[in-house]
Design a protein around this ligand. Structure first.
Ligand SMILES: [Zn+2]
Length: 433
């Protein structure tokens, strides 16, 4: 479809300058060519594709800045336990039963849910990346994929070498939709020496690092005890501030962390549902935004968050931040809607490709209906999108100009086959015998 032109008409288009009523977005192939204000678009060229979205509003696709997609298989099987016990008693034993092929189906199941929710880019940390990449390729979604690396069990170096080899093989594949990062799991499951090595490899191969950081108070206290610095401080000590860094969580920040962010702006993936449900706390969203730290939203995996509905993620982010601070004003709905797309793009350093609707960027677009029970009357689009809408409002999803979902129909993935396979696999994973 490289040269094909597409014209998208909708009730309003969210541009970097706010909503433009009645705008027309013109695509050339996979890219946005022009955004025409109402009444200024020339007639579509003969043979051009015209997409009439009627009363839907057109938004940049959402960027899910942190997830473990295949953990969709473990949704609802273990809840209401402290993080470490949840991992050790339930999650790790179930994951140990994963067989080749399972992660492909689990990731596809998550991608159905993400597409339905308007997510057009996902940042994944898991293993069997060839399967995650295959699911990404099939789905048509854009993926930033990282193999989770741990040193426990003594396979850290081998896994790092494999991750670097996977980067050489898959980075830029699927017409450029797949990006490969390195993903050491966390400081408490690796060592400072290993993290320094990950940084060296990342800089050598020219990629970024995705890691869990400062998720629980205990983790931060133990880091300070062991190394004399917070987890973010440790990143600077081992040189992980010298390539793009995406830190998932950043819930427990100490004053010296906030001082650090005056000069160093790591990307942050804020995962409010998982953090609130696990009782971990809540990232200081308004403070981070005020400091200019690029902040995106993440769902985390469905095993901890139970839902990949990005509209719920936006709500949890606002509710949690305000519940924590007592400030009913900051962050506001506009900031959170921006975090859902452009914030995630910035946290990845990919704002030149995704995250907004402007000429030159990838045509990663979603159409959202703000009509119907629970959504009307429509006074303010941002308010309805952030405070009232859920994933059901998403009607159109496109990545690189290719439609993936329209009016409840998945156009790239076989929903019924995926759900059936995923359920069968999930039953085997949790069978205790
Ligand atoms: Zn995570």
């Amino acid at each position: 479809m490289s040269g094909e032109s597409t014209w998208i008409r909708s009730a309003a288009t969210l541009t970097p300058d706010g909503f433009w009523e009645g705008a027309t977005v013109e695509l050339h192939g996979a890219r946005i060519a022009q955004v025409w204000t109402a009444g200024t678009a020339p007639p579509p060229a003969p043979g051009a594709r015209v997409l009439e979205l009627g009363s839907q509003v057109l938004l940049p696709g959402f960027v899910n800045a942190h997830t473990h997609a295949a953990m969709n298989l473990l949704r609802g099987f273990s809840d209401d336990k402290p993080l470490q016990r949840w991992l050790e008693e339930d999650v790790y034993p179930a994951e140990a039963r994963l067989r080749p092929g399972d992660i492909l189906w689990g990731t596809c199941a998550a991608l159905l849910e993400m597409i339905r929710s308007g997510i057009t880019t996902f940042v994944d940390m898991y293993f069997a990346l060839d399967e995650v990449a295959e699911a990404t390729r099939e789905s048509g979604v854009r993926g930033v994929l990282g193999r989770g690396l741990v040193t426990v069990g003594g396979r850290g170096r081998e896994a790092l070498a494999e991750a670097a080899a996977f980067h050489a093989e898959a980075d830029g594949s699927a017409d450029g939709r797949i990006t490969v990062w390195l993903a050491p799991h966390a400081p408490y499951t690796t060592t400072p020496d290993f993290l320094a090595e990950v940084g060296e490899v990342a800089r050598r191969i020219g990629t970024g690092v995705h890691i869990h950081l400062s998720e629980t108070a205990q983790e931060v206290a133990e880091a300070v005890r062991a190394w004399g610095v917070t987890p973010f401080g440790l990143m600077q000590e081992v040189g992980l501030d010298r390539q793009p860094l995406l830190a998932a969580h950043a819930v427990h920040l100490r004053p010296d962390d906030l001082e650090r962010f005056a000069n160093w702006k790591p990307g942050i993936a804020h995962n409010p549902i998982s953090n609130l449900k696990m009782g971990c706390g809540m990232a200081p969203v308004a403070r981070l935004l005020a400091l200019g730290v690029p902040l995106g939203l993440g769902t985390d995996g469905a095993a901890s968050a139970n839902s990949l509905d990005f509209f719920l993620t936006m709500k949890a982010s606002l509710w949690g931040a305000r519940g924590l601070s007592g400030d009913p004003v900051r962050p506001n709905a506009e900031q959170i809607l921006e975090a859902a797309s452009l914030g995630g793009a910035r946290a990845l350093g990919m704002e030149g490709l995704i995250g907004s609707i402007r000429p030159g960027l990838a045509a990663d677009l979603i159409g959202v209906s703000l009509e119907g029970v629970g959504l009307e009357p429509l006074h303010d689009r941002t308010s309805t999108l952030v405070y009232a809408a859920t994933a059901e409002a998403v009607r159109t999803v496109m990545v690189d100009g290719r439609l993936l979902y329209r009016d409840g129909q998945f156009l790239t993935l076989d929903k019924d086959a995926i759900l059936a396979h995923a359920t069968e696999i999930a039953r085997r994973l949790v069978a205790r015998n």
